[in-house]
Design a protein around this ligand. Sequence first.
Ligand SMILES: [Mg+2]
Length: 184
Amino acid sequence: MLAIRDYHLPTLDSNLGFLVDRLGYSACAKIYQKRQRLLNKRTLLSKGGHQMKKSSLSGDRSTSTYQLKQLIQDFVDERDWRKYHNPKDLAISIAIEAVELMELFQWVSESEVGTMLDDPKRFAKLEEELADTIILCFNLANVLNVDVAKAVTKKVEKNRAKYPVELVKGNYRKYTQLEDTKHD
Ligand SMILES: [Mg+2]
């Protein structure tokens, strides 16, 4: 029997070590992988993340930002709402919708976020408020004639320069705090 350390597995609890001795490596490797997947999911959920279903991205793969902007513009025009959509009120509305999104997390402890995301009704509400916020962002982009793809790409590039991987990997210090690090 090969010792478990020969496989460079991360720390295992004593029960799994015992199983390796009893069942052999390959059976235990499967158990270990399953256990690891569960642990990863739990860690992700405890951090407020959510495992994305691959199928849930099919719309994003096939729909362009241009199509979304057009969809939203059509909705506005069909109702003759352009006259209400000025930059100031849209900017305010983005903040209001973002608050509605935040409200869903109000008084939910970090440990309860995973349960919240697993609840289909609560997740659907979260998706709706996120969509409201995004719709208003696209609305504002339409009014200001902003090319969303260009603007987002340009800002990500700017953020790359502001947060160099070698300085920030694994920590979340704000760029103003990074200046000191550069001179360390
Ligand atoms: Mg809303």
